[in-house]
Write a protein that binds this ligand. Structure first.
Ligand code: GLU
Length: 303
């Protein structure tokens, strides 16, 4: 079977118990299907990254015997590929420079009487969107703050299937708006980097935490617009903290202690509903296959 999976941590700190759930799930899914498993260090958002966290993450994975089949990929070394994808979108008249500050966006939305926020992010009201599809020239004296995708001109009503959550639907233009491809500080947006890299690494299966499910429709919009394949998706259950919230580095989750890897792996396996402690890896792989099976074919754009 053609299967390539990946674990794609952001080095904003060491792995915590919640990130191990995603790592273990993607590793198990690849191994259970006889596939390859890759690790990608998502350090594209450089201001949020912590020096040395990538090294710690790779060591934590190694301590847990989660070993990738190829050397890891660092997003910080792949800017030229993201720029190329952005230029492709600009040439198609599907990306445009935006000069709005957060205050500009808030004011424009207030004037329209629109709700301001969605998951802490503003739905862009389209102030800088050109009237017609066109390849936009950027005047030398006006460096764009950000580059955005024209969701109005992309096929943005997305139906997709998640192996655990089932059928999902999002109208990206209505729900998210013209999202950011490249930021004012020069960092590329997560959505663009992930889509370019999943395609470059030949990823057939994305297995990651359920908190990322909401990004999938945006990623599919980009895949279709750039004529890249769409992988299968599985969003796993999350490890919740004592207050019922998702564990995250931002909310101060502790670094994963890998001095006793079996304890850490068993805890992650439990979140996934696996009886690892009773049967070892072989039993876990057997149980895994029946848990969230594939359905539907992989999408590949015609050449
Ligand atoms: N880098 C993202 C994170 O650590 C994961 C991205 C993905 O798996 O698509 O939350």
């Amino acid at each position: 079977m053609n299967y390539t999976g990946r674990f794609a941590p952001s080095p904003t700190g060491p792995l915590h118990a919640g990130s191990l759930v995603a790592a273990l799930a993607s590793w198990l899914d690849a191994r259970a299907h006889g596939g390859r498993w890759l690790v990608r260090i998502e350090d594209v958002d450089t201001p949020r990254c912590i020096t040395g966290a990538d090294r710690i993450i790779l060591q934590q994975l190694q301590d847990c015997s989660l070993l990738p089949d190829a050397p890891p990929l660092w997003q910080s070394r792949r800017g030229a590929h993201y720029q190329q994808a952005l230029e492709q979108l600009i040439a198609l008249g599907l990306a445009y420079p935006c000069h709005c500050s957060r205050r500009d966006i808030e004011n424009a939305m207030r004037e329209r009487g629109q709700a301001l926020e969605r998951h802490g992010e503003l739905v862009y009201p389209g102030t800088c969107r050109p009237a017609a599809p066109q390849r936009v020239a950027v005047p030398a004296d006006r460096t764009p703050r950000v580059w955005r995708l024209r969701t109005d001109l992309c096929a943005s009503r997305i139906d997709w299937h998640d192996r655990r959550l089932g059928h999902q639907r999002q109208d990206v233009e209505a729900a998210v708006g013209d999202f950011v491809l490249k930021r004012a500080d020069g960092c590329f947006g997560y959505q663009l980097a992930v889509v370019v890299d999943d395609a470059a690494q030949g990823i057939t299966d994305v297995v990651r935490g359920a908190d990322l499910a909401d990004n999938t429709a945006r990623q599919i919009v980009l895949q279709r617009t750039l004529r890249l394949p769409t992988p299968r998706y599985l969003h796993t259950p999350l490890l919740l903290g004592p207050n019922g919230e998702k564990l995250s580095k931002q909310s101060g989750a502790q670094a994963l202690d890998t001095s006793e890897p079996l304890t850490a792996l068993n805890r992650a396996a439990e979140v996934l509903g696996l009886p690892v402690h009773t049967g070892g890896v072989a039993r876990a792989l057997e149980t895994w296959v029946g848990l969230w099976p594939f359905s539907g074919a992989l999408y590949n754009p015609s050449p």
